[in-house]
Ligand binder design. Structure first.
Ligand code: K1U
Ligand code: ZN
Length: 177
């Protein structure tokens, strides 16, 4: 018999929890190991390469990531992550978001970032990267402050994308009913 980790429902825009600021994880919070395991399972099932706790309605500064590089699982849990350095050089990359399903746009962000965080034991760690890792780290940390990738594109593109999403989600809900 295999034990299944319980999946969490992912919130979609315009849920107001996606626009709120998350609070720091307390050092003695016993729920984080279980919550991060459930977030990883939810992220793999979606599928996605990252997930922030507010996307599953938990207003905590907690992020999970796995870039699926070389098909080798490399799950990461980042507690209280913060960008401590970023380059002036920028890089543009197409981004999606599990809270805006089916919507994609090119987003320009610092090309390389250094992030400080705690692991599940509370140990202080740092991670530095560019490319997809830099985009994903910034995208997920933005979620902790209620910022979405559409906030980094022009108002015209943002409105088009949000209207398209609303239409698609309404259609899906009608099909389900
Ligand atoms: O935070 C999220 O909503 C997850 C999001 C992360 C992200 C994607 C692209 C650039 C920056 C951040 C996703 O995972 S969207 C799905 C996705 O990109 C993907 C899914 C399966 C395989 C590979 C990528
Ligand atoms: Zn997202």
């Amino acid at each position: 018999m295999t034990l299944q980790t319980e999946l969490l429902p992912i919130l979609f825009v315009p849920d107001p929890r996606l626009r709120a600021k998350a609070r720091p994880v307390a050092p003695d919070d016993q729920r984080i190991a279980d919550l991060s395991a459930r977030m990883l399972a939810t992220m793999y099932k979606a599928p996605g390469i990252g997930l922030a706790a507010p996307q599953v309605g938990e207003m905590l500064r907690l992020v999970v990531l796995d870039l699926h590089e070389n098909d080798v699982p490399a799950p990461m849990v980042l507690v209280n992550p913060q960008v401590i350095a970023s380059t002036d050089e920028l890089a543009a990359r197409e981004e999606g978001c599990l809270s805006l399903p089916g919507q994609f746009a090119e987003v320009t962000r610092p090309a390389r970032v250094k992030v400080r965080y705690q692991d599940l034991t509370g140990a202080r760690k740092e991670i530095e990267g560019d490319g997809l890792l830099a985009a994903c780290l910034q995208h997920e940390i933005d979620h902790l402050d209620g910022v979405l990738f559409v906030d980094h594109i022009s108002p015209l593109k943002r409105n088009m994308l949000l209207r398209k999403l609303a239409k698609e989600l309404k259609l899906k809900a009608q099909e389900k009913a």
